[in-house]
Design a binder for this molecule. Structure first.
Ligand code: NBP
Length: 475
């Protein structure tokens, strides 16, 4: 075959990725889609790409040089399994099957194992950046074997986004590691979006400013330490006026947030790993709450605070909100990196957290200036236990914690929900507490379930004879 790389699945993501690949020196791209119409449309629309179209899986296999390398961009789930099965029929041992869809990482682990037994290299690759990223340079998080990386690495490096001269792609770890890291990326994205939304809501309800005015505030924030893609597009969305009604678009959009499940996966996985990603969880639940139309209707009659919400010093309040947003954002990333560290330990992945922070600096949805600071923190201390305690972030939190508290107090008194702001602050206070009431919880557990407890002053497990003479025994 003449093509060095193939793409299967030519909906918006696959078509754009195929065009990106074709635009790079040295690539000849074979393309295949289940319904051939999409293949024909792509090849006809972009003759300059020099695509090698295939009408069947067998033709697709014949058009590729060895080891055959094919990137799947089909719907996650059953469609991915069906496509893998079809390719395994026509491919040979040593060939590389890459899943670039949003697969759930346990599926990737399962597929990798099954295909390895048959001699294939299977690589699960997290790709972030949406349609635009797929075309012009996404952030790429590949898992899979070292052997597959030898062939695939240079190809992915050629199409990835570039940050400070480095391609935004790293072989993050074996089997499902890439899809795991992509999952956590999306969880952080949920938190980031919710925090921005809470900041907007507080400013709007606290100052009465219009969405267009608040857009200017976000545009201003985007020139400082909050500089990021999500803050930038927030200004764009808030500026948008609805053509039909003349109202701010944000006021005519139904306030029920959708989700495709990656946030829920991040939280479910964190629960299994015992990692408190409370900011990400609150962001995910905030979307669920917004979509509970019946419950929201039923709650309409419940009272809020008596006094109305007034802000004495608007500029000071807006600056407080900015600082609360920054502090909460530090917590969200700290929690996300904690989950990656825990996942790596659980699944035996050797993940370089600094490399992960670097590959998120461009191409992906959470790209931000801030990621350079995270990269610096891991460069200074590879074995960093807690991102938010790294000197740079500890300083930032010390500077912003008073503002953060004022904002959470104001929101609480005003009856404005700020679950991500307040849960992030509770996490911060929880971790830094000298003593936690977890001691009392242990006492309760021992009382009703004889679950035992440890003591601060000596080794061992202990139980108090609660229903007897209440003496303590060593368990
Ligand atoms: P879709 O997720 O809408 O999937 C459509 C593609 O899957 C079509 O090519 C379709 O073929 C193919 N397909 C289906 Br459905 N069932 C199939 C089967 N049984 N056998 C073979 N092909 C089958 O496309 P998309 O929105 O371009 O997304 C592709 C992947 O990228 C997904 O996993 C998605 O989650 C992920 N994604 C990522 C981002 C991002 O920002 N990274 C954004 C959007 C999507 P057909 O034309 O014959 O129906």
């Amino acid at each position: 075959g003449a093509a060095n790389i193939g793409v299967v699945g030519l909906a918006v993501m696959g078509a754009n990725l195929a065009r990106n690949l074709a635009s790079r020196e040295g690539n000849t791209v074979a393309v295949f889609n289940r319904s051939h119409g999409r293949t024909e449309a792509l090849v006809n629309e972009f003759p300059e790409a020099g695509f090698v179209p295939a009408a069947t899986y067998a033709e697709f296999a014949a058009s590729l040089s060895r080891p055959r390398t094919a990137i799947l961009m089909v719907q996650a789930g059953a469609a991915t399994d069906a496509t893998i099965d079809a390719l395994a029929e026509v491919f040979e041992p040593g060939d590389i099957i890459v899943d670039g869809g949003n697969a759930y990482f346990p599926d990737t682990i399962r597929r990798e194992r099954a295909l390895r037994e048959r001699g294939f290299n299977f690589v699960g690759v997290g790709i972030s950046g949406g349609e635009e990223g797929a075309l012009n340079g996404p952030s790429i998080m590949p898992g899979g074997s070292d052997e597959a990386w030898t062939t695939l690495g240079p190809i992915l490096e050629s199409i990835a986004a570039v940050a400070e001269g480095e391609p935004c792609v790293t072989h993050v770890g074996h089997d499902g590691a890439g899809h795991f890291v992509k999952m956590v990326h999306n969880g952080i994205e949920y938190a980031d979006m919710q925090l921005i939304a809470e900041a907007y809501d507080l400013i709007r309800r606290g100052t009465g400013k219009s969405p267009a005015e608040i857009a200017e505030i976000f545009a201003e924030w985007n020139t400082g330490e909050l500089e990021s893609y999500l803050v930038e597009i927030t200004a764009e969305v808030l500026r948008q006026v609805d053509a039909e009604t003349g109202a701010p678009l944000v006021d005519v959009i139904l306030d029920q947030a959708g989700a495709k499940g990656t946030g829920a996966w991040t939280v479910q996985t964190a629960l299994s790993l015992g990692v408190p990603v409370s900011g990400i969880a609150e962001a995910t639940f905030a979307r669920s709450l917004s979509s509970q139309a019946a419950q929201r209707q039923a709650a309409q009659a419940l009272p809020g605070p008596d006094e109305s919400f007034t802000v004495a010093d608007e500029a000071a309040f807006i600056e407080d909100v900015r600082q609360a947003l920054y502090a909460s954002k530090i917590v969200a990333y700290s929690q996300g990196f904690d989950e990656i560290r825990a996942g790596a330990a659980e699944y035996n992945w050797n993940i370089d957290l600094g490399a992960v922070s670097r590959l998120w600096r461009a191409g992906c949805i959470i790209r931000a200036q801030f990621l350079n600071r995270i990269a610096d923190a891991f460069a200074d201390d590879e074995a960093l236990t807690l991102l938010m305690a790294a000197p740079y972030f500890a300083d930032a939190l010390a500077n912003s914690q008073s503002a953060w508290r004022r904002v959470v107090i104001a929101a609480t008194q005003a009856g404005i929900p700020s679950p991500a702001f307040s849960s992030s602050l509770a996490y911060y206070d929880g971790l830094r507490a000298d003593r936690l009431p977890a001691a009392l919880v242990q006492g309760q557990r021992d009382f009703f379930g004889a679950h035992t407890y440890r003591r601060v002053d000596r080794e061992g497990s202990f139980h108090t004879l609660w229903s007897g003479d209440r003496t303590e025994i060593q368990a």
